[in-house]
Ligand binder design. Structure first.
Ligand SMILES: [Zn+2]
Length: 70
């Protein structure tokens, strides 16, 4: 798996100068890192809950499987 896009945890913008907020360790595979942009990093709590962020992102995404029209 290639390096994931470094998206800010807080404002969800892609950042060229990511600030590492937290390292996530997964039991079933390689972990990943959580980044923020320099603008948001000072406003973030020291230990955000990335799992809730993931859940929120997942809920945001429309289900593609329902659209099978060619
Ligand atoms: Zn940001």
């Amino acid at each position: 798996m290639p390096d994931p896009v470094r998206m800010c945890l807080r404002c969800h913008r892609i950042t060229d100068t990511p600030v590492l907020i937290q390292e996530i360790h997964s039991a079933s595979g390689p972990g990943w890192n959580v980044y923020a942009c320099p603008d948001c990093a000072p406003h973030l709590p020291p230990a955000p809950d990335p799992l809730e962020e993931l859940e929120a992102a997942r809920r945001h995404r429309p289900a593609k499987e329902e659209r099978r029209m060619p």
